[in-house]
Design a protein around this ligand. Structure first.
Ligand SMILES: [Zn+2]
Length: 187
């Protein structure tokens, strides 16, 4: 969570906590000029990328849980679409260029105000060059995936589901949240 500001960025009055007129949530707000300090969730966009039955995973170089393997994903920047953010993160973390196929999973983690949006994508180019947030990247056969070293349980669930679906040739769209730890089938 970001640190709460103490003063209004517009008129420097000290901010007060409470429910602003006509609002539904308690927020920091300014009695001087009416400024309201909104805190909204962050969006993390990424991709599940399969090539010839192998799945792209990146090994994290940075906390939390460095050394674990995960789907390439990261925070959206202002001015991006979710698709652009997802493909940029894939590029930065694996050096892989890809094209989006469809949305695949939306997963909310309300305790830390984050939303994960994962797309299906296909590889267009593999450069072998990647940024400092990644120790290594690999396309894994399903039985070679380091299942006990996956970054987050929901990532493991998404991968397991995807592998089954690829065998069946039919793909769903999923949503879930961290309260249950489960990805739910909504098709
Ligand atoms: Zn103000």
């Amino acid at each position: 969570m970001p640190t709460a500001p103490r003063y209004c960025p517009h008129c420097t009055t000290e901010l007060a906590r409470g429910v602003p007129n006509g609002d539904t949530h308690e927020r920091l707000h300014c009695a001087g000029c009416g400024y309201i300090h909104y805190i909204n969730p962050k969006i993390i966009a990424g991709c599940i990328i399969e090539r010839d039955g192998k799945y792209l995973l990146c090994q994290r170089a940075i906390p939390p849980r460095p050394g674990t393997w995960t789907l390439p994903a990261g925070f959206m920047e202002a001015g991006e679409t979710t698709e652009q953010a997802a493909l940029r993160e894939v590029w930065e973390e694996s050096g892989v260029r890809a094209d989006i196929v469809s949305p695949y999973s939306i997963f909310s983690v309300p305790q830390i105000s984050e939303v994960y949006i994962i797309f299906r994508a296909v590889v267009t180019e593999e450069t072998g060059q990647y940024g400092p947030e990644t120790l290594d990247y690999r396309f894994f056969e399903p039985d070679q995936i380091p299942w006990d070293e996956i970054y987050y349980p929901a990532i493991r669930q998404i991968l397991e589901r995807y592998i089954l679906e690829r065998q069946a040739g039919v793909y769903g769209i999923y949503m879930g949240n961290d309260d249950t730890g489960k990805v739910h089938f909504i098709r």
